[in-house]
Design a binder for this molecule. Structure first.
Ligand SMILES: [Zn+2]
Length: 159
């Protein structure tokens, strides 16, 4: 692994300006819920933002070498989760955001955009049942825009 230098943009936290850890990992779904507009966060700032969003202020710090294959195992779990819609950086609608229980998503019905619908189950069936084209993540992505875009052109709507 390349040694970080002071020039490397990921060395500094966007929120506090302090040093970032060289490499640390959190799963994408959690990152997307917490990070907001920040692209680089140090672990302290990430934990503070998580706490502000209502998460418990208790964390488990582990080294990857203690758990060989752990990242791959977690990634495989995330890969299997149902995905909801978002607009990517190019403004294109993509269905790749993992949905987890407790996550708040945008849900679109025929007339209105309803915010802060919580996910109670994460099976593909529950995501796909009537809502499939209307979900987009409530996080740093263009949520309402994605919900509107996902609803456009959809014939099916059970609400
Ligand atoms: Zn920071």
């Amino acid at each position: 692994m390349a040694r970080a230098t002071d020039d490397h943009p990921e060395d500094r936290c966007d929120r506090c300006g302090g040093r970032n850890m060289k490499v640390w990992h959190v799963d994408n779904a959690l990152w997307n819920r917490i990070a907001g507009d920040f692209s680089i966060l140090c672990p302290i700032c990430f934990a503070e933002l998580a706490e502000l969003s209502g998460m418990l202020p208790i964390w488990v710090l582990r080294n990857e070498s203690d758990l060989p294959g752990e990242l791959e195992r977690l990634q495989a779990i995330v890969d299997k989760l149902p995905k909801c819609w978002r607009l990517n950086d190019a403004g294109k609608l993509v269905e790749d955001c993992p949905v987890v229980i407790g996550m708040e998503v945008w849900v679109r019905n025929k007339q209105t955009i309803i915010r802060k619908r919580q996910v109670f189950a994460i099976t593909s069936t529950s995501i796909g049942d009537g809502y499939h084209r209307h979900w987009s993540p409530d996080d740093s992505y263009n949520t309402e825009a994605a919900a509107r875009a996902a609803g456009k052109g959809s014939e099916e709507c059970n609400e």
